[in-house]
Design a binder for this molecule. Structure first.
Ligand SMILES: Cc1ncc(C[n+]2csc(CCOP(=O)(O)OP(=O)(O)O)c2C)c(N)n1
Length: 385
């Protein structure tokens, strides 16, 4: 082209098309850099701290701790055969608890596989949360859904659908609907690094950009999609750069830094609500546990990597900072651990006492008038005593 702008120079930050700059050097720097406020030793730059009162900081800590303690108690229950299946969030708590804090009650939280504790943080009673995981008669889906698939309409928490990346079009759809209705609602959608290789990721980001939907995407890049490492997932420099292709502002953030995650998500949510469209956030984190209770990570990754990420544990890092600033000292942190552990233990006991839904409930809720086959099976169940 005569003005020279249409010749693409991929990777230099100068990708242009018909004289329209698609992304600038600054955009590229945000998508390949790393936003961090709290370093790995728990030290923060005071000038960059988000404006959060002490009670909110303590709430963030307790939310992350609550998620960690749920994992600590529920994984053994799976091993004892009291839960069918379990997905831990250990190591990834900063991103989703920050996200839960950054949105309003009227906004929607669309969870991926591991963000269920965000529902408790946003007001779902612990017993209700456990009812889904234990599959008791109190569970809204009556024990028919896989554990860790909690949804709660009252608090705008959307259950993960299990299909990798399906959260993305769900979040975009919610956001687009809100825009059409002229409601000030934002959708916050979580998913894993594996999701960025799926069609839904590309269709979702493109759609959100074209329609400027008020949605914030958070990719929890925990380095592994079951046994597939990120390096075998993509040749892209980072996951965040993928968003630039769709002209979605994209940032790479330390996903184990709850303050950076809060500040980044809050800014993106505010922008979406103000009519500036979507943002894509790559949260760099690590899955400290197994993919699920059916997986053994020792088969595909070595302990060396684990040891590095144990030192970056988001809970320890934030706890250290809170203690140093005298916001929550180590005694208060230990007391919170004991109190939440007891509350979870009591809630599990109460929910287990409820027991499973009656077997005959299997025949309910699907057909207004059951088919002859279902009637026959129901009669068979009755006759079996
Ligand atoms: C469309 C689809 N393909 C494959 C699977 C099987 N599967 C379940 S979880 C998973 C890995 C997901 O990895 P990632 O998106 O990085 O999330 P993470 O588990 O690390 O949180 C796969 C392949 C699935 N559920 N859905």
């Amino acid at each position: 082209m005569a003005d020279g702008k249409a010749s693409s120079k991929v990777g230099s930050g100068q990708l242009t098309c018909d004289s329209v700059e698609i992304w600038s050097d600054e955009d590229y720097a945000r998508a390949t850099g790393l936003v961090q406020i709290l370093d790995e030793n728990g030290h923060a730059d005071p000038a960059r701290l988000p404006h959060l009162p002490s009670e909110k900081l303590i709430r963030l800590y307790q939310g992350m701790l609550g998620s960690r303690l749920l994992d600590e108690q529920l994984m053994p229950l799976q091993r004892q055969g009291r839960i069918g299946h379990y997905f831990e969030a250990r190591g990834q708590e900063a991103g989703f608890i920050a996200g839960a804090e950054a949105i309003e009650k009227t906004d929607y939280f669309v969870q991926g596989l591991r963000e269920g504790a965000a529902a408790v943080y946003r007001g779902l009673p612990l017993g209700k949360y456990l009812a889904q995981i234990l599959g008791t008669a109190h569970d809204a889906s009556r024990g028919r859904q896989m554990p860790c698939h909690v949804g709660a309409a009252a608090i705008h928490h959307i259950s993960t659908s299990s299909c990798v990346a399906s959260q993305i079009p769900h979040a975009v759809g919610i956001a687009w609907a809100a825009k059409i209705r002229k409601e000030p609602t934002v959708a916050l959608g979580f998913f894993g690094d594996g999701a960025t290789s799926e069609d839904d990721f590309h269709a979702g980001l493109n759609f959100a950009a074209v329609y400027q939907a008020p949605v914030v995407f958070v990719c929890q890049n925990n380095q592994w999609a079951i046994s597939t490492p990120v390096a075998a997932q993509t040749r892209s420099e980072t996951l965040a750069v993928k968003g630039l292709a769709y002209a979605v502002p994209s940032l790479r953030v330390d996903g184990n830094d709850v303050l950076a995650m809060y500040a980044t998500i809050k800014a993106a949510v505010d922008a979406a609500r103000a009519g500036h469209g979507p943002t894509f956030i790559e949260a760099v984190t690590y899955r400290l546990g197994a993919h699920s209770s059916a997986d053994d990570p020792a088969r595909y990754r070595d302990g060396h990597e684990d040891a590095i990420w144990q030192k970056r544990d988001p809970l320890l890092r934030f706890g250290r900072w809170l203690a140093e600033r005298n916001i929550l000292d180590s005694t208060a942190q230990a007391a919170a651990r004991a109190r939440i552990t007891d509350a979870i233990r009591a809630a599990i006991a109460a929910e287990e006492a409820v027991g499973p839904p009656p077997t005959a409930s299997l025949f309910e809720d699907v057909f207004a008038r059951p088919t002859w086959l279902l009637e026959e099976q129901k009669a068979g169940l009755r006759n079996s005593g």
